[in-house]
Design a protein around this ligand. Structure first.
Ligand code: ADP
Ligand code: ZN
Ligand code: MG
Length: 475
């Protein structure tokens, strides 16, 4: 069955000072409703928009990072519709009808072994925000967001699997983070609509999806729904559906507008913006290191495995954390990376990964991880103990050496101590000892007991050797 999925991703350029066409603040979050507005973004008669140059720079950098072509001039359009979130009753955006208007077109993004084509990248203004009450009568509107710069990234419908969509979205977000043009963990700064159609049928657009995990879920649900309809010979209508998070289903919200309904026309108050080749080359020269370049560096300079490097660069915060830890303790980058990817990430629950900071709720800093790895290197502790310490200090915020002192032992590698422990276990676990005598694999059960009794502090290699020696001399 042919499945086509295409995405429309909206990303606020939160790194700016002001809105796209006026001097109201870009960081409206936390302000009292309707205090971050002016005659321009309220659309009062007689006002004129003035384009934010840096917004054009940022949108251009996103286009370059996504492999798009940048035309030498761009045009803004009015998209007309009546809805309370638009104070002007039109949105200033871009539109590719009569030649190229968007800041970026025809890009391509590789993710894993696959790739997706980018149709266009366009710069537009964010509408205001509707705050829904309990009834239809108490819906409120906050225009603080109206006019904030938004970049829309539109892909070709060339995904066929929901899980690929999530991988792709994570890559885009990491790219945008690396460009430094948006803080993508701010609430509502990145929003994704997903379109899906089956067997060349009509496409359904799913809106209002809160997280990338939900985009994947919503797509799975929608594909099943459309499959079921086609089995029953019911036509799938072209419509917009909303994701209902609580019930995990998509619900019809409206029949889709046709393009004509928007009466697009060139924005008469903003002239054609001529970018020119020099400008485009200067943008290219300003590009920071992008995730795939960073990954190549991680592989080459630090000798990380492909998987570990990928996990790190998928989240800029994690990659930055890794590199600042290496700065503090440069001797063991691979051990630092492994500790972060296999142990530290394990302590972060999935919901926190979608929060403001991946480490929110954990009291962990680079200096903690650096010290922990140094202790492993100097054989003060083994990896088991490191893991125990990590789980403790992320709650207390203390330094690993302090945590270890409190745990009242360094690594127990003295054969005497381990032998004593083994003696007592051989007495209490008689049947396990008999099994182990017959089947050497069962010795691991005894090793587990040793580790438990020593609070994970025995050196497992030494312990296992002692167990085997003792088993061998047993009658
Ligand atoms: P339109 O110009 O009709 O609005 P676009 O070409 O702008 O359509 O595409 C809007 C979104 O719909 C894009 O993300 C695109 O990938 C997606 N899309 C287009 N055709 C299909 C299809 N047949 N099935 C699924 N998604 C589609
Ligand atoms: Zn304003
Ligand atoms: Mg469209």
């Amino acid at each position: 069955m042919e499945i086509k999925i295409g995405l429309e991703l909206h990303c606020q350029l939160t790194g700016l000072q002001s809105k796209l066409f006026c001097s109201c603040r870009c960081d409206y979050r936390g302000m009292s409703p309707n205090t971050n507005t002016c005659p321009i973004c309220s659309g009062l008669p007689g006002t004129l928009p003035l384009l934010n140059q840096r917004a054009v720079d940022y949108a251009g950098m996103i286009s370059i990072a996504l492999g798009c072509k940048i035309p030498t001039s761009v045009v803004f359009y009015r998209k007309n519709y009546f809805y309370p979130d638009l104070p002007k009753n039109f949105q200033i955006t871009q539109y590719n009808a009569y030649g190229i208007s968007s800041i970026g077109v025809e890009g391509k993004v590789d993710y894993g072994v696959k790739s997706s084509k980018i149709k266009r990248v366009q710069l537009e203004e964010d509408p205001g925000r509707l705050v829904y009450g309990n009834t239809n009568l108490d819906t409120l509107i906050d225009y603080n967001r109206a006019g904030v710069s938004l970049v829309e990234i539109v892909t070709e419908p060339d995904f066929s699997e929901p899980k690929d969509v999530r991988i792709f979205l994570n890559k885009i977000v990491s790219t945008i983070e690396h460009l430094g043009v948006s803080d993508t963990r701010l609430d509502g700064s990145v929003r994704c609509d997903a379109n899906v159609s089956l067997e060349g049928g009509n496409r359904v657009e799913i809106k209002n999806v809160g997280s990338f995990r939900d985009v994947e879920k919503a797509l799975r649900y929608e594909i099943t729904r459309q499959k079921t309809m086609s089995v029953r010979d019911i036509e799938v209508r072209s419509e917009t559906r909303h994701w209902d998070d609580a019930r995990s289903i998509t619900k019809q919200s409206r029949q889709k507008e046709e393009e004509e309904d928007y009466r697009y026309f060139p924005e008469p108050d903003i002239p054609t913006i001529v970018l020119g080749d020099d400008y485009i080359s200067s943008l290219k020269a300003k590009m920071p290191e992008l995730p795939h370049e960073r990954k190549t560096r991680f592989l080459g300079v630090y000798g990380l495995s492909d998987h570990v490097a990928q996990v790190l660069i998928d989240d800029k915060e994690l990659a930055d954390f890794f590199e600042s830890t290496v700065k503090i303790y440069p001797s063991s980058p691979t051990e630092i990376a492994n500790l972060i990817v296999s142990d530290l990430l394990g302590l972060i629950d999935d919901s926190a990964k979608e929060q403001r900071s991946i480490f929110s709720g954990l009291r962990i800093e680079e200096k903690h991880v650096a010290e922990l790895v140094r202790m492993i290197d100097q054989n003060v502790i083994n990896r088991n103990i490191a893991k125990m310490i990590l789980s403790k200090i992320t709650k207390t915020g203390e330094m690993p050496s302090h945590a270890l002192d409190e745990m009242d032992a360094s690594i127990i590698d003295s054969k005497d101590v381990i032998s004593e422990t083994i003696e007592s276990i051989f007495k209490s676990e008689k049947s396990a000892v008999r099994d182990a005598k017959q089947n050497p694999n069962a010795a691991n059960f005894l090793l587990g007991k040793v580790m438990k009794l020593t609070g994970g502090r025995a050196d497992p290699k030494i312990a296992l050797n002692l167990i085997k020696t003792k088993l061998a001399v047993l009658e």
